[in-house]
Design a protein around this ligand. Structure first.
Ligand SMILES: [Fe+2]
Length: 158
């Protein structure tokens, strides 16, 4: 088996990179979706949620850069066009229309839960490929989404 320039077996990395590119596509969809909700949120919680959704998309922006740069670090080319993101992504976009606080929080909770599951799956693949850098990246995302989900649940618990 051949190793890449950072000493990782190329064989196991193929599936890690394939999933990382899908993850990157999903992050790009969510980045736009969070803007959609940031702009279209209506109601008494406007100021609170408008600000919160901006915080989320800023974090997603940082995260998608980290994922793309991890793919480059592994010796591959990250998807870098909207067309590719749309075809790689496995989560749905949201129509451009008004949003209630309940719908917004539900949409985000669902997508963050999906990313949490994806992070766990990629972590397992990366472990199998002895790719500790990706394991570490995913472990950070897992803890972050778990915390976000705790807060999103707290928001809707009566
Ligand atoms: Fe804004």
């Amino acid at each position: 088996m051949s190793k890449n320039y950072i000493g990782l077996e190329k064989e196991g990395l193929e599936s890690v990179v394939r999933e990382l590119n899908k993850y990157l596509g999903n992050l790009n969809i969510i980045y736009t979706k969070l803007h959609n909700l940031h702009w279209n949120i209506k109601g008494a919680a406007f100021f609170e949620l408008h600000t919160k959704f901006e915080e989320y998309y800023d974090t997603v922006n940082t995260d998608l850069d980290a994922v793309a740069e991890r793919i480059l670090t592994l010796g591959y080319t990250p998807a870098a066009s909207l067309k590719e993101y749309l075809s790689l992504s496995t989560i749905a976009e949201r129509e451009s229309k008004d949003a209630t606080p309940e719908e917004s929080v539900e949409v985000i909770r669902k997508d963050f839960s999906y990313l949490l599951e994806s992070s766990r799956n990629i972590l397992k693949l990366a472990e199998a490929a002895n790719d500790q850098g990706t394991v570490d990246l995913m472990a950070g995302f897992i803890a972050k989404y778990e915390k976000d989900l705790w807060m999103l649940n707290a928001f809707t618990t009566k």
